[in-house]
Design a protein around this ligand. Structure first.
Ligand code: MF3
Ligand code: CO
Ligand code: CO
Length: 315
């Protein structure tokens, strides 16, 4: 991560405001620094043909989410959702990416309530009134991946849980708005974590977003929390990656199920929500790939049934 050579994050800002550097000019300095090699081609940038492949994969993934939306409801099992996604994907000639991925046995991940991610669909797991469930879809279309997820509200969800879901969606939207050509990837953690903290929530650290293309997870990790460890990627046109913050109502710590070795839960048992889109950096800014053509046209980033309108207002 770029920092002014003289100043550390918690030092007083050079401008004399008396504020900490990180709360004052740090972001601006980083952006100016990163925007210098704006014309430099990133080693991560995809070719025009690859970008078209990613657009096609994203479009199908968005349409698949639209299809799923019509089926997520109280009383359905997560396995039924998995089967529906598998069939829809295969009927269209495409491949569910998680099926067989590192031993994962299903076509989607379904993560309910305190499950953070990688929940395995099961026949005995029925969506109940008051649940929240993240459905994570990854599809391979002609060799390219599209990856997106949404957290759905089932029936009458407690107000404080609805708020978690809304703020999580806003975290992703803030991230999407923050990225563009010449911007350092670290902007995501710097934007998303403080936003979640305002509500007393925490950002999961152990799981991140990722570069995406012909491979499911490629090139670099995308931290949604403020960290000095991430690659200081200068975002440039042609780079594709996911933005997928996992936001916990309590602490950020998580643990993995000892038996199935996949299901990730919050350590404190409190709720967790997540939204994900695959994005492309363009010369103008950021294109969200995992949308339907009509969502793209309307400029909608998320379309959650039952969610208050503030989300559309935030876009
Ligand atoms: N779709 C998840 C992601 O956003 C990864 C799921 S991998 C699986 O990166 F093996 F758990 F399915
Ligand atoms: Co995903
Ligand atoms: Co992902």
């Amino acid at each position: 991560m770029f920092q002014s050579p003289k100043l550390k994050r918690n030092d007083p800002c050079w401008c004399g405001s008396g504020k900490k550097y990180k709360k004052c000019h740090m972001l601006q300095d980083q952006q100016e620094h990163a925007s210098q090699p704006r014309t430099a081609k990133s080693k991560y940038a995809k070719t025009p043909a690859e970008i078209e492949g990613m657009r096609k994969a994203g479009k199908f993934n968005g349409e698949l989410m639209d299809f799923v939306r019509g089926h997520v409801a109280e009383g359905i099992s997560t396995l039924k959702l998995d089967i529906l996604v598998n069939e829809y994907t295969r009927d269209h000639g495409h491949v569910p990416a998680t099926l067989g991925y590192q031993g994962f046995t299903r076509s989607i991940c379904t993560s309910i309530n305190n499950v953070v991610c990688h929940g395995i669909p099961s026949e005995s797991e029925i969506l109940r009134d008051g649940d929240i469930v993240n459905v994570d879809l990854t599809t391979i279309v002609d060799g390219f991946h599209g990856d997106s997820s949404e957290t759905f509200l089932i029936g009458r969800v407690a107000e404080e849980v609805k708020k978690l879901v809304r703020v999580t969606a806003e975290c992703m939207i803030q991230g999407i708005r923050a990225v563009g050509p010449g911007i350092p990837l670290a902007i995501l953690g710097q934007t998303i974590e403080p936003y979640a903290r305002r509500y007393g929530y925490s950002i999961v650290r152990q799981y991140t977003g990722h570069g995406i293309g012909r491979k499911f997870h490629e090139n670099f990790s995308v931290y949604h929390h403020e960290s000095n460890e991430g690659d200081n990627v200068s975002l440039q046109p042609g780079i594709t990656f996911t933005i997928e913050p996992m936001v916990n109502m309590g602490g950020y710590q998580v643990s993995t199920d000892k038996v199935d070795k996949w299901t990730v839960r919050t350590k404190d048992g409190l709720m967790s929500a997540q939204f994900e889109h695959t994005v492309l950096i363009t010369a103008e800014g950021c294109e969200v790939l995992t949308l339907t053509p009509s969502q793209k046209e309307k400029g909608v980033i998320i379309d959650i049934p039952g969610m208050p309108l503030e989300i559309s207002a935030a876009i």
